[in-house]
Design a protein around this ligand. Structure first.
Ligand SMILES: Nc1nc2c(ncn2[C@@H]2O[C@H](COP(=O)(O)OP(=O)(O)OP(=O)(O)O)[C@@H](O)[C@H]2O)c(=O)[nH]1
Length: 673
């Protein structure tokens, strides 16, 4: 079916937005003019005068007393944007201008602290930094949270938003509004935060801030005059951003004379100091030596240390209502101070804050230690890392080939890779990761099974547990609503790509005279592995993509078994759409053929649906005589070679008589899509 393309003016675009799912979910009782009204209520902002003198000071380093910062002198905000639009660069510049970091640290992206962030050049973890800023003779405490841009780390953005009253929405002056700009805007909008649009990279040759300003006006109903045009790299107009933060973002609503109440919005584990919790104080105050309780476990702790993050830890005498900082209270176990927990004074219990909605895993994979003797070490590494990344779900699992391990749920494939890399870099733990799968569902028809599971509907996160067709009335696959924004020259190619992924077009509109926004309903399985890379390469990097959950749809699914000489290999079992069964099966057989060394007998590698074989490769017989290498009669050399061969065999998994090297086997698993 041919897509309907509309060039639309503001009214039709707004109409379209109002019909879209994201909009409905977000603003059921609002109209876009509410954004305007809300922004106008904060109407202390319209004039930006570059002649306004800004005095920037550095706070006293060691004896910081925050008592002068009553809530009206505090602003909490986060920086949100599409990937690479310059969040971290702007954050650096703000830190530099307010004296939190030295000028010599320019462009070092100090808030990207993790090794994985520096290696990949992306932010994966939200980072907090407190700035002292003198505006019109008044000293302000600004708490900034720099957030990741990639869709896989959206959970970080939504958590950060809960500690803020406003956001800086950064848009690249050349690329314009992109898919994650839209998604992040709605996250802020849903939380009723003040949005300050900032058009960045105006120094670029192809920058077109006017066009971007009109996109922002059309899509978000924010008057274009409210956009601040900056170059974070060169520092141009960044001062205006600081002024706008103070003028436009409302102070937090919190009272110092209420009982102490704080939300743990982030948490990490330090080997020597235990749990370090990042908190937003919603009421009252807390000081060193206070006895506080964690609502989650009901345990009492003594506050050993607290302070601001600037972005390094900077001890203070206390933290009070509206402030954001860190706290260390002798929590030694990762189960303490969970993200979303509420802290309060032992003598003044309060009702717990609502916390966070758990993240919904999009991709599941098995994770196993390389050797079972490393199981305990890996368990504690996973526990500590999930404290810092609470969007990962963990369930114990075991496999015949790989032993005891876990089934982990991630928000996407990049998230899975980053978690794996962090395990290696931060905990020195090397792991085996199995093929990723999306969470399918089945509606059971067998009364016996329904009784066993306690419900008609089951979720399948491990392909081995895929129930047979004979006991199922319907299989369901997860679907997502994808947003693609692209220059219109690439629409033809992108539509073909989407159709090849079983996607159904929902909408297509022009957001300006060259750029198109398309909405497609995708089976999640079709985009999880390589869709984003393909989209980028066929649009020369210009198209952007974001998606949100859109529930489940009925699907013709099958379980695909891989057999070695007739015996099924449990770990290679996958769930596939019926139309994809042959290509997936054939590709896996071919890879397995390459991965298994020849043995003394012929090996049949087969892909099968039930008892029906759909693809086959053969590994020819071969005799590997290690001793043939030994001419002469050196017995010690012969023994060494035999020992080496025996050690090699230990790393083999036996399937029937077939020896499969463990690592080769995993390589097949990893690339089964
Ligand atoms: N020319 C120019 N380049 C900029 C400007 N701001 C940022 N950049 C560059 O854009 C790239 C991305 O900047 P980042 O600050 O890492 O972007 P980000 O939004 O934090 O990226 P993620 O955290 O990965 O989403 C870097 O190469 C920056 O040097 C600017 O004002 N002008």
């Amino acid at each position: 079916m041919l897509p309907v393309v509309r060039r639309c003016g503001e009214t039709s675009l707004l109409k379209w937005i109002s019909q879209s799912k994201i909009y409905k979910r977000t603003v059921q009782n609002h109209t876009t003019s509410h954004i305007l009204m809300r922004q106008r209520r904060m109407k202390r902002f319209p004039v930006f005068s570059s002649s306004k003198k800004t005095i920037i000071t550095r706070a006293d380093k060691d004896t910081t007393d925050l008592s002068e910062f009553t809530t009206d002198r505090i602003r909490n905000f986060c920086i949100i944007a599409h990937i690479d639009h310059g969040k971290s660069t702007l954050a650096d510049r703000l830190l530099e201008m307010t004296g939190a970091i030295a000028k010599s640290d320019r462009n070092k992206q100090v808030l990207d602290k993790l090794q994985v962030e520096r290696d990949r050049g992306i932010t994966v973890k939200a980072q907090t930094a407190s700035l002292f800023y003198n505006h019109q003779g008044q000293q302000y405490l600004l708490n900034l949270i720099d957030t990741p841009g990639h869709v896989d780390f959206n959970y970080e953005v939504s958590r950060s938003i809960s500690a803020c009253q406003g956001v800086l929405l950064i848009v690249d002056a050349n690329q314009g509004v992109q898919a994650q700009t839209v998604a992040n805007f709605y996250l802020a909008f849903e939380a009723e935060l003040t949005v300050i649009p900032v058009i960045n990279k105006i120094d670029l040759k192809n920058a077109d801030p006017e066009r971007v300003g009109s996109q922002i006006e059309k899509l978000f109903d924010i008057p274009r005059e409210e956009c601040i045009k900056i170059s974070a790299k060169l520092g141009t107009n960044v001062e205006k951003v600081l002024e706008a933060v103070v003028d436009r973002i409302p102070p937090p609503v919190a009272r110092t004379d209420d009982p102490f109440k704080a939300l743990v919005f982030d948490s990490s584990f330090n080997h020597y100091r235990g749990v370090i919790a990042n908190i937003a104080v919603f009421g009252g105050q807390v000081r060193k030596g206070d006895r506080i309780v964690s609502a989650h476990l009901g345990k009492t702790y003594e506050v050993n240390e607290l302070g601001l993050l600037r972005p390094e830890e900077h001890q203070t005498q206390g933290l009070s209502a509206g402030q954001v900082g860190y706290i260390i209270a002798g929590m030694k176990d990762v189960k303490e101070a969970q993200i979303g927990d509420t802290l309060y004074h032992r003598e003044q219990p309060v009702e717990a804050l609502p916390g966070f909605k758990p993240a919904r895993a999009m991709v599941f994979a098995g994770m196993y230690p390389m050797d079972q003797s490393e199981y305990q070490g890996l368990r504690s590494a996973i526990e500590r890392l999930t404290l810092n990344d609470s969007s990962v779900s963990v369930q114990r699992d075991s496999s015949i080939a790989l032993g005891a391990g876990w089934r982990l749920g991630f928000l996407g494939l990049l998230h899975m890779e980053v978690f794996n890399q962090r395990l290696e870099q931060e905990y020195n733990a090397s792991v085996i990761v199995t093929a990723p799968t999306v969470p399918y569902k089945a509606i059971l028809s067998s009364a016996k099974l329904i009784k066993e599971h306690g419900s008609e509907e089951i979720t399948i996160v491990n392909p081995v547990q895929f129930p047979d067709r004979s006991v199922v009335s319907e299989y369901l696959e997860p679907v997502v609503l994808g947003t693609i924004i692209t220059p219109d020259t690439y629409t033809g190619k992108i539509i073909s790509l989407c159709l090849s992924r079983r996607a159904v077009q929902k909408n297509m509109v022009y957001i300006d005279d060259q750029r198109v926004m398309m909405k497609y309903l995708f089976p999640l399985n079709e985009i999880v592995v390589d869709f984003y890379d393909l989209l980028k390469s066929l649009s020369s990097g210009y198209a952007s993509f974001d998606y949100e959950n859109a529930g489940y749809q009925s699907a013709d699914l099958i379980k695909l078994d891989i057999l070695l000489n007739g015996l099924p290999v449990e770990e290679l079992t996958t769930i596939a759409h019926k139309d994809r069964a042959y290509t997936t099966g054939k590709a896996m057989c071919e890879r397995l053929q390459d991965a298994i060394p020849r043995q003394m007998f012929e090996i049949a590698v087969q892909a099968a649906i039930g008892s029906k074989v759909i693809a086959r490769e053969t590994i020819k017989a071969y005799r590997k005589n290690v001793l043939a290498k030994c001419y002469g009669g050196d017995i010690s050399r012969k023994m060494k070679l035999l020992k080496k061969q025996a050690e090699g065999k230990k790393k083999m998994r036996l399937i029937g008589r077939v020896e499969v090297p463990k690592d080769a086997f995993i390589n097949v698993l990893k690339r089964d899509k």
